[in-house]
Ligand binder design. Sequence first.
Ligand SMILES: Nc1nc2c(c(=O)[nH]1)N[C@H]1C(S)=C(S)[C@@H](COP(=O)(O)O)O[C@H]1N2
Ligand SMILES: [Mo]
Length: 282
Amino acid sequence: VAGAVAQPTPANPPPQKLAGRPSELSTGEPRTSYEDVTTYNNFYEFGTDKDDPARHAHRLRTRPWTVSVEGAVARPGVYDIEKLLALAPIEERVYRMRCVEGWSMVIPWLGYSFAELIRRVEPLGSAKYVEFETLADADQMPGLRSPVLRWPYVEGLRLDEAMHPLTLLCVGLYGEVLPRQNGAPVRIVVPWKYGFKSGKSLVAIRFVEKEPLTAWHLAAPREYGFYSNVNPDVPHPRWSQATERRIGDGGFLARKRKTLMFNGYADQVASLYAGMDLRRHF
Ligand SMILES: Nc1nc2c(c(=O)[nH]1)N[C@H]1C(S)=C(S)[C@@H](COP(=O)(O)O)O[C@H]1N2
Ligand SMILES: [Mo]
């Protein structure tokens, strides 16, 4: 049931509550159930099956935790997670999320606009992109044994994309601190891009001059470009991007939904790409 209180599974500690004020940026669409949001995951550091993260992420130690803010900023520094949590008021942002594999969810995230952090660290003029790096610790993350991706998991955004109010520094979901399988204790969420742009369990945020080389691009450059905006007109060699299956819609027999340009956020973000050929910059 959507909105149901989380039941602790044997593997995972009981959830901790976290409040967030409602946001104008939220969609009113029905939410994907807590159960689906926390058991159908991609987090390859814990394995490549959809249930691997929920089964193995209990091994992740989320305290103490720091995020290093580095590169072309006037105020670099190592942020303790508690300081990050207190940096700006927490909002509930209900976003549509679309995985490149062809499924989608509606998730009530908790966090604040990443721009809040960007403003405080004062990017220099040379900062054109932001690189996000996930923890890579083989003791906690059994998936690192597999060379399916180059570790650590790295993702990136152009600075103006990172500054966009929709881009969320995410610390929770469904009224609780972020479950480990969803990227505890802090991740990024970029709702108009394919899910893999939303890096989990971040340990470093780097302001850089050049377009970052991302983990998925390195693994399969023909399949994953830097931008990875949700775009029904740009096919992927293995999965259709024209339609999607909303998790919870009734399994594989359910009618598929049409995938929307920029995942339905075109009014807010299309101007970021004015004049760009999105087939070339996919
Ligand atoms: N570090 C890391 N971040 C990651 C991934 C991953 O494997 N490792 N998978 C990505 C993909 S493909 C998706 S669809 C989303 C899934 O987020 P969710 O499990 O919270 O829904 O996380 C993204 N972030
Ligand atoms: Mo994904």
